[in-house]
Design a protein around this ligand. Structure first.
Ligand code: FE
Ligand code: FE
Ligand code: ZN
Length: 296
């Protein structure tokens, strides 16, 4: 059997950089990971220390993490759909792709953006126009994320993603997010049907990353609130089918589920225990209790 490529969002800090991220992923029993190269809500970025990157690579090789499966998430303040901050968005995205390349990482997940009142069609044109000014994307794959359709978010349906892809001069890829798809109106309990539709509109080979999240809200709610695996409206069994789907076996699966605890005061990462449940293919209703007693 092929080895499951599963991991989670991890941190990336100035001092330890990729070494810290890799160690965190290893502590969760993960075979991949995803991180922001700095705070997702601001543009403060540190210089990459190549010595740390080299140490991290060694650590990853020793622990069965293939860097080809590691993913960077672009900061969500970049909004290419809104012309107001277009130049900033382009230059920051270019820097981010250069940082990815310097770290040896070949996938960057990007939220396409929100049109903020100018309309979907204008928003799509803006996104494509900006992306066409990012030559670095020939070396690092930009993966547009499927969105929940919260506010004026673009790309809560496959047709909009396809339009962006058609307007851009180099190949773009896709990161599907199970919570976002559910909230956007796609039924995750019939995933084969979704993949069939995806294949018709975009093509299955374009999927380079899968975000695995349960959802707090029902289908078509357009809310985007992630739930722990098995604690939401998609449910454990449906998520397991997606995670182990034959057609996605070579694609990294990344958990972005919320930190949690019994009291709700200090919160702890759920990933070690969620990954364990996923490997066992068995839901553990004591998940939160286990997390709590492990980290407390
Ligand atoms: Fe995202
Ligand atoms: Fe996501
Ligand atoms: Zn989300």
């Amino acid at each position: 059997m092929d080895k499951l490529i599963i991991g989670s969002h991890v941190s990336f800090n100035k001092q330890n950089q990729l070494v810290g991220s890799a160690l965190e992923a290893i502590s969760y029993g993960a075979t991949t990971f995803m991180f922001y190269t700095g705070a997702p809500q601001n543009t403060v970025r540190y210089n990459i220390d190549d010595k740390l990157t080299k140490d991290a690579l060694k650590l990853m090789v020793e622990n069965d993490i293939n860097i080809e499966n590691v993913v960077i998430h672009a900061p969500y303040i970049i909004n290419l759909a809104n012309a107001a901050n277009r130049d900033f968005g382009i230059s920051f995205l270019r820097q981010e792709l250069n940082r990815a390349r310097r770290l040896g990482i070949n996938k960057v997940v990007l939220h396409p953006g929100s049109h903020v009142g100018i309309g979907v069609e204008e928003g799509i044109k803006n996104i494509a126009h900006c992306l066409n000014e990012v030559p670095e994307a020939k070396d690092v794959a930009i993966c547009l994320e499927t969105m929940a359709g919260k506010g004026s978010e673009i790309a809560s349906n496959l047709e909009e993603l396809k339009k962006i892809m058609d307007l851009v001069v180099y190949p773009l890829y896709i990161c599907i997010d199970t919570c976002h798809l559910n909230d956007a109106g796609y039924d995750m309990s019939d995933f084969d049907k979704f993949l069939e539709l995806f294949d018709q509109i975009i093509g299955l080979s374009k999927i380079k990353c899968v975000h695995i999240n349960d959802s707090v809200n029902p289908i078509s709610s357009h809310k985007d609130r992630h739930a722990n695996i098995g604690f939401g409206t998609i449910g454990f069994d449906n998520l397991i089918k997606i995670i182990y789907h034959e057609k996605l076996k070579d694609v990294p699966k990344i958990l972005e589920t919320p930190y949690t605890s019994l009291s709700g005061e200090r919160l702890y990462p759920p990933y070690k225990f969620e990954i364990e449940m996923i490997k066992n293919k068995k839901f553990d209703e004591k998940l939160i209790e286990n997390i709590d007693s492990y980290y407390k």
